[in-house]
Design a protein around this ligand. Structure first.
Ligand code: PLP
Length: 383
């Protein structure tokens, strides 16, 4: 099988898996327990969290500085940010191309009576900054600071958003900014400084870390209302016994990803370009989405005009190519991509879109066979 679905999830790095297994085998590990075993677990958790902070350019030991909340992944971090930054009545402005873990929270908040606005994007998938400025300005006088959510890079197209500009607009209007960086952390060089965000979310399984763990990094002085209620862990932001082994694994995976970032970016951009150029060479009618914008190096969203994406996916699976038709959460039922819809693509183009994602575990030897198989499947299925 040629695995080209690394935006859905990545294989755990064997070095990370070994570390997680070792940590699990240490014995009982509740960082809140008051005995020596608990204190040792707490030290290992603290160490892992500080290393995660360092890898993201923050010193989490600095009093009054940034703060980290350990979560179960991107979905939980996004829920926590949208529901917990600012007050329960605060207006929300979310971009139309966000992941379902943001959009569904916004829909839910709307049902609960909150003011919710959706920010449109241009044909490349980039948020309209003039519209954002107008919207935050109009909400300036509301009692609670509005919360804006704009993702750093899109999970379907890889298109990178101008977060520093988004952040400047939010700052000026006194709005809070949450950045869903689930597709970016471990893939691009980011830091809280660079983003100027109030919170950023991420998940370890996107950068060869263990599944089931992620984080929400909070800017200095940002407070958060919890979603869950229970014990006093994580300064009451997220109760529940922390999974020390997963935190240790996430720290290691992030360090490995950040250490090799430049080489990885160049390597996977080369693989992605090889795939796109190979496919376009044989089928010039293909549409590569977001090509005119800055994109994540390993992501490619391509429409195969005249083919149906579901049929393509099934046939590609039979041809031993693993890829997807958008976010993995939706590909079971596979409604047409809301991202391509927001970009103004025609229905026929949206119906024919497939997402490919590379990682540092992808090999150059996979590219040419993938091109051949994809072209063969396409020529069979197009009408
Ligand atoms: N946000 C984005 C941009 C994603 O791509 C994903 C997963 O695909 C998520 C959030 C949800 O992350 P998780 O599956 O870790 O909950």
């Amino acid at each position: 099988m040629i695995y080209l679905d690394n935006n859905a999830t990545t294989a755990i790095d064997p070095e990370v898996a070994r570390l997680v297994a070792e940590e699990l085998l240490v014995g009982p590990s509740n960082p809140s327990s008051q005995h020596a075993i608990g204190r040792q677990a707490n030290e290992r958790l603290d160490d892992a969290i500080q290393r995660i902070g360092r890898a993201l350019g923050c010193d989490l030991l600095q009093p009054g500085g940034e703060r980290f909340v350990l979560t179960s992944g991107g979905t939980e971090s996004n829920n926590l940010a949208l529901m917990g930054l600012s007050s329960a009545e605060a207006p929300l402005i979310v971009s139309a191309v966000e992941h379902p873990s943001v959009l569904s929270v916004a829909e839910y908040a709307k049902q609960c009576g909150r003011t919710v606005e959706f920010l449109s994007v241009d044909s490349r998938g980039i948020v309209r900054l003039d519209e954002l400025a107008e919207r935050v300005d109009a909400l300036k006088s509301t009692e609670a600071a509005p919360v804006v959510a704009v993702m750093s890079a899109n999970n379907e197209t890889g298109v990178i958003q101008p977060i520093p500009e988004v952040s400047a607009i939010c700052r000026q209007a006194g709005a809070m900014l949450h950045v869903d960086a689930t597709q970016t952390v471990g893939k691009l060089d980011i830091s809280m400084d660079w983003y100027g965000a109030d919170s950023i979310s991420f998940a370890a399984h996107k950068f060869h870390g263990p599944p089931g763990v992620g984080g929400l990094l909070l800017g200095a002085g940002v407070s958060l209302r919890p979603l869950l209620h229970g014990g006093e862990q994580q300064l009451l932001s997220r109760p529940g016994t922390e999974p020390v082994a997963l935190a240790v694994g996430m720290a290691k995976a992030l360090e490995i990803a950040i250490d090799g970032l430049d080489q990885t970016q160049e390597y996977i951009a080369g693989l992605r370009d090889g795939l796109e150029n190979g496919l376009l060479g044989q089928c010039p009618e293909l549409v590569v989405h977001g090509r005119g914008a800055e994109r994540l190096p390993g992501t490619s969203c391509i429409s195969f005009p005249g083919a149906d994406r579901q049929n393509m996916l099934m046939a590609l699976d039979m041809a031993s190519i693993a890829c997807s038709s958008g976010s993995a959460c939706s590909s079971g039922s596979s409604p047409p991509s809301h991202v391509l819809t927001a970009m103004g693509c025609e229905k026929s183009v949206i119906e024919a879109a497939i997402r490919f994602g590379f990682s540092r575990f992808s090999t150059i030897e996979d590219v040419q066979p993938a091109v051949e198989r994809i072209c063969r499947v396409y020529s069979r299925l197009r009408f």
